[in-house]
Design a protein around this ligand. Structure first.
Ligand code: 3PG
Length: 218
């Protein structure tokens, strides 16, 4: 029996999502009451694709709530590190999955769960393992620490069909350097949702940060 392959239509689904905005906010939501106003501010600012990280006890509930109550939001789960997390994220309604790394178990679990996934990779060999299964869209993580735009430029030569969402160390000041690369489909980051603005419920300021980021591709 041939091994299952990542379906081509998931690659198209990820490309369509990346086309919605140049930046995917990476969210850590600690209080459920913040989920809807935070997501609403980001969507209103022009960033509808949200990565809700499984880094808090209420993350899965936050995913459910945003899906139910924030029109226009496209919600996925991030910091998914094992197949159990992945299935929980899918059950909570995640439309897509981001992972910090690409273990064989995770690459297989997304195929079995039937969910689009953007696996995190840092090396060409990790990427090639996932390419063998049909994955072609990756989170390059941690982007700045692992070589930034220079390494992405170098990878484009042998792998021109691969596209990345670099994340890790990206801010408004350097995002445009990544977005100018042909193999970068979007970037991700936490800079849009600073802890102090969330704890002070300064949704207007978060909307402004999102608007500034969404204008990176206009
Ligand atoms: C992630 O989980 O993708 C990272 O924490 C994002 O890194 P950043 O905080 O440097 O944006």
């Amino acid at each position: 029996m041939s091994e299952a392959r990542y379906p081509e239509h998931f690659i198209a689904a990820i490309d369509a999502m990346a086309a919605l905005a140049p930046v995917i906010p990476v969210l850590k939501i600690d209080r459920l009451e913040d989920a809807v106003p935070l997501a609403t501010a980001l969507v209103e600012g022009g960033l509808p694709v949200l990565e809700v990280t499984l880094r808090s006890d209420i993350a899965l509930d936050a995913i459910r709530l945003i899906r139910a109550e924030v029109p226009g939001a496209r919600v996925g789960a991030g910091t998914v590190t094992n197949p159990t997390n992945l299935q929980q994220a899918v059950d909570a309604g995640s439309e897509f999955i981001f992972t910090p790394g690409a273990t064989p178990a995770l690459l297989k679990a997304a195929l079995e769960a039937g969910v689009p996934m953007v696996p995190g990779i840092q090396t060409v060999s990790e990427m090639m393992t996932a390419l063998d299964l049909g994955y072609q869209r990756f989170k390059f993580f941690p982007a700045a620490a692992a070589g930034g735009t220079a390494i992405l430029n170098s990878i484009a030569g042998p792998f021109p069909h691969v596209r990345f969402c670099p994340t890790g160390g990206i801010r408004i000041s350097n995002a445009h350097e990544y977005l100018s690369l042909a193999n970068v489909m979007c970037v991700g980051g936490t800079w849009l949702t600073p802890d102090n603005l969330i704890s002070s419920k300064n949704w207007d300021a978060i909307r402004d940060l999102a608007a500034e980021a969404s204008a990176l591709r206009s």
